[in-house]
Design a protein around this ligand. Structure first.
Ligand code: 5GP
Ligand code: ZN
Length: 236
């Protein structure tokens, strides 16, 4: 059976830069003869099920050998039996719909960062470090776009933070280029509200921006609060 996966191997305890580990994994995929396409938050791979998963195992073995004491990998796995479809087919299908339409606008920070070849991560940011695992957290969820963890100083029985993995100073800096991230945040918030048992009685989802907004950590984050009546939106 053929499979398409999206693999994101995150070595933990090795510092902020993971590019040498990613390079090692890319080499493994090359050697395995698998078709693969790296992107900013992982790599798409397609091939025969056993071959793909043998390569994923090998990535873990090699990254451990390189010195990573822990590895947290997220993996999306897709198979279909109604027809054959390659990764390129999926991309072509979307591209064909985009033909004739203007290209999507990118946020200026993104253009600037991409032009300078920067990793879009801020070196001194607590939440960037929580995303990579450099700073420990009580993590509840992580995929290639977003991470959710418990607030260290909860203001309600359930107080979670959901953040994009990529660094943006605040929500106001995000644009339509980040539609996928924002959609994922909405989806994960809904799922976690159910998992945490606050969905039936209701919950609050807020983001603070800047000084008047009371933002303390300059990395876009959403507070998911619940577990008791939360009162009016603003303190009176
Ligand atoms: P803000 O005031 O910026 O909207 O919210 C920042 C939130 O991050 C606060 O609720 C604070 O308790 C939480 N926070 C700050 N540092 C850490 C940390 O190191 N770990 C976790 N889990 N939460 C943190
Ligand atoms: Zn950050």
């Amino acid at each position: 059976m053929n499979v398409i996966v999206d693999l994101c191997v995150v070595p933990i305890g090795v510092g902020v830069s993971v590019s040498e580990y990613v390079a090692a994994c890319e080499r493994i995929l090359d050697e395995a003869g698998l078709r693969h396409q790296m992107h900013a938050y992982g790599t798409n791979i397609e091939g025969e099920w056993d071959q793909v998963f043998t390569a994923v195992k090998r990535c873990h073995e090699v990254v451990h050998q390189m010195g990573a004491p822990r590895i947290s990998t997220s993996l999306k796995v897709g198979t279909r039996c109604d027809r054959a479809q390659t990764m390129q087919d999926k991309i072509d299908s979307v591209n064909s719909k985009l033909k004739g339409e203007p290209p999507p606008s990118r946020h200026p920070d993104y253009e600037q960062g991409a032009a300078q070849g920067k990793e879009l991560m801020s070196e001194d940011c607590i939440f960037c470090k929580i995303v990579t695992g450099e700073i420990p957290s009580d993590q509840l969820y992580q995929d290639e776009l977003v991470t959710a963890f418990r607030d260290i100083s909860p203001q309600a029985p359930v107080h979670l933070l959901i953040v994009p993995n990529r660094h943006f100073n605040d929500f106001g800096q995000m644009g339509d280029e980040q539609a996928a991230i924002m959609g994922r945040i909405a989806e994960v918030a809904g799922l976690l509200a159910v998992e945490e048992g606050v969905a039936p009685d209701g919950w609050r989802f807020v983001t603070n921006i800047g000084e008047n907004g009371g933002q303390e950590v300059l990395h876009t984050h959403f507070h998911l609060l619940g577990g008791r009546p939360l009162g009016p939106l603003l303190a009176r």
